[in-house]
Design a protein around this ligand. Structure first.
Ligand code: KG4
Ligand code: ZN
Length: 342
């Protein structure tokens, strides 16, 4: 089954063709990072204008690279939400028009469902049940993924998402947008042990997390140190310590979730799952504990069209389709009938 996946929920215009939810035939992405960088964050109006400007080329490039025609497709999967309303509207309208014109089935996909489905890409064999950490710019969620039936939420950030903490922390340190990759890069030359930032919620019984206190603690540290003029602030060390605090919370809560649910498989997805230290630390600990760790390749952790096509495939298998009347949803709860990908 060949599906075209379209993703425009935030600042990437992406399209991909995926066979049977696992084999990526093409994956095309037009990033808006250079447009938003000078504002230090995503400007919604600019984001939707840019989606309008490039969506046609991105979709055509994905079809060309996959060497297929629209008649070869079994359907089109598109991100319905959550995300920026105007940005979602561009992808959804484009997908509807294509589906109507070529008589194709249309599947609306929850963005986080897409991130979770990315664990199947590149033909990975995945064993369920699992716990899934979805960690992006807008969400930090822990789910139980059963063999059949809906996902169950186990915990989440009660304030900032981990990606948001990376982005805001980087801004405070004078690093470029997006902050996650900037911190990841600069922290490689830093020592994470010279400073200690708080690990909020680590000792609590709940699987919820919190990152806004960590951000405040960074701000106080920088203010106390007279940053940016003071010469004794070592940005690589600060970035490494800040990153380590976020990673420790994510790793601890994820392992604790796996323990409590007695599962042997752990999924980690979303933009922050591209983080080098998070990947390394989880790989080591999961190996020690005999857990099967599934983290997509970094390019499939951040927003992409292939993950939407994969989620669409599992929805279609579950006989779930959408109608042309579907509308974009800036806030969208994970479907009750949700995805399992089993
Ligand atoms: O999933 P994603 O591409 O978009 C959303 O759905 O939000 O995630 C974007 C987030 C941003 O906050 C970005 O700073 C973070 O993922 N990110 C990273 C890394 N690459 C992207 N955070 C830490 N380390 C990275 N290497
Ligand atoms: Zn995302």
């Amino acid at each position: 089954m060949l599906l075209l996946g379209i993703e425009t929920s935030c600042d990437e215009t992406a399209a991909a063709v995926v066979r049977d939810g696992r084999e990526v035939l093409s994956n095309v992405l037009s990033t808006q990072v250079p447009i938003h960088r000078k504002y230090g964050g995503v400007v919604p109006e600019l984001a939707c204008r840019q989606h309008v400007a490039v969506i046609s080329n991105v979709v055509c490039a994905a079809m060309d690279k996959a060497k297929i025609d629209f008649q070869d497709l079994s359907g089109i999967a598109v991100t319905q939400g959550p995300g920026l309303m105007g940005a979602l509207l561009v992808g959804l309208s484009y997908a509807k028009a294509l589906a109507y014109r070529h008589h194709l089935r249309l599947i609306g996909v929850h963005h986080l469902e897409g991130h979770i489905a990315a664990v199947h890409l590149e033909n990975r064999i995945v064993h369920l049940p699992a716990v899934a950490l979805v960690v992006s710019g807008g969400h930090t969620m822990l789910y139980y993924v059963p063999v059949h039936g809906p996902l169950k939420s186990l915990g989440q950030s009660v304030d900032d998402a981990a990606g948001e903490a990376f982005d805001k922390g980087a801004k405070m340190m004078g690093l470029s947008y997006p902050g996650g990759p900037a911190i990841d890069r600069i922290a490689r030359t830093g020592d994470p042990t010279r400073l200690t930032f708080p690990r909020p919620c680590l000792n609590h019984d709940s699987l919820d997390m919190s990152f806004s206190g960590l951000k405040t603690s960074l701000r106080y540290y920088l203010e106390r140190s007279g940053f940016p003029s003071a010469s004794d602030v070592n940005t690589p060390d600060v970035a490494a310590a800040f990153q380590q605090a976020i990673v420790d919370v994510l790793v601890e809560k994820t392992l604790s979730a796996a323990d409590r649910r007695r599962v042997r498989t752990v999924f980690v997805t979303g933009g922050v799952a591209a983080n080098t230290v998070l990947r390394r630390q989880l790989t080591e600990i999961c190996k020690e504990r005999g857990l099967q760790l599934k983290i997509p390749s970094p390019g499939y952790c951040t927003d992409n069209g292939a993950m939407i096509a994969a989620a669409g495939y599992f929805r279609m298998n579950g006989r779930k389709e959408s109608s042309l009347a579907m509308s974009p949803q800036a806030t969208l709860a994970m479907s009750e009938t949700g995805f399992t990908g089993g």
